[in-house]
Design a protein around this ligand. Structure first.
Ligand SMILES: O=P(O)(O)OC[C@H]1O[C@@H](O)[C@H](O)[C@@H](O)[C@@H]1O
Length: 279
């Protein structure tokens, strides 16, 4: 088997976007230097697992789709943790920064790309802080590892947008039962069934397992995770889809976000892993 990594300019309609293209056997992945955001993962030619909005932009905004990196906070910045919280963007600072190449390696069985980004002064930390992402593509899977060696209080999420074909039939297994329903602002419980989408869905599962399965009709995607304390399930539903300027009105029927997250504010280093493969 052969693996390769090369730079390319532009992906889909995002002309001028600096990217890397990784190949390993039949598998292919594209990652942008803006946000270190994976934009595409095809375990075999034409079998795209990720969703990228046709209306996504990247001019001082997060790219809608692929796998955005949320860090060092998740959702709106909270004043109890982040000074001058209302001046900071949702989901942190990493997804709108340009990342640099640290290292790349191609072997007979994998293509590995190692990126990093330096944050001179975070709102909650005066010293410079380094965030690293390792992307590992094999013929079987794509694995992301997000690391911050510094013991600063931090949240993080690998906010994956999965392409779906039959939203009404989608079931996500392995999320565990208890969740916080952010739409209804109350706790919920899924029972033994896999989680399903009902209109706008925004849930934080607090006891997820390490192995999730997205069953979309006849096809399935496996998601393995580590270093997390929560998993997030998000779909904007029909009303919010219309309000999002970078999502088509029927966009909610095209994707679901299943996110590997560390949401507890602990002053310990970060090591968050997500591995995606076709089942
Ligand atoms: O529009 P953004 O900032 O990318 O966020 C999208 C969604 O991301 C999810 O992770 C959150 O749980 C939602 O509350 C949020 O709406």
């Amino acid at each position: 088997m052969l693996s390769s990594i090369r730079q390319q300019t532009g992906f889909a309609h995002l002309h001028d976007l600096p990217c890397w293209l990784l190949h390993c056997g039949p598998a292919r992945a594209v990652i942008s230097s803006y946000g270190a955001q994976v934009l595409s993962y095809q375990p075999s030619a034409g079998d795209e697992l990720l969703w990228l909005s046709e209306q996504a932009g990247w001019n001082n905004q997060a790219i809608r789709g692929g796998i955005p990196i949320c860090w060092p906070w998740f959702g709106p910045a909270q004043p109890e943790h982040i000074p001058e919280a209302n001046q900071h963007p949702s989901h942190g600072l990493a997804r709108t920064r340009h990342w640099q190449l640290l290292q790349q390696q191609c072997t007979a069985t994998e293509a590995i790309l190692h990126l990093h980004c330096l944050f001179d002064r975070l709102p909650q930390q005066a010293a410079a802080t380094e965030l690293q992402l390792e992307l590992r593509l094999t013929s079987q899977a794509l694995q992301l590892t997000l690391r911050c060696a510094q013991a600063l209080p931090q949240q993080a999420a690998l906010h994956s947008y999965f392409r779906i074909h039959q939203p009404g039939q989608l079931k996500v297994h392995g999320l565990g039962r208890p969740y916080l329903d952010k739409v209804q602002q109350r706790p919920g419980n899924d029972g033994l069934q896999g989680a399903q989408l009902y209109g706008e869905t925004d849930r934080i599962y607090q006891q997820p397992t390490d192995k999730l399965l997205l069953q979309d009709g006849e096809v399935a995607v496996s998601l393995q995770q580590a270093g997390h304390d929560s998993s997030v399930l998000w779909n904007p539903g029909p009303v919010k889809s219309k309000q999002l300027s970078d999502v088509a009105d029927d966009g909610y029927q095209q994707f679901v976000c299943v996110e590997t997250a560390r949401l507890h504010w602990q002053a310990v280093p970060l090591h968050l892993v997500q591995r995606i493969s076709r089942r």
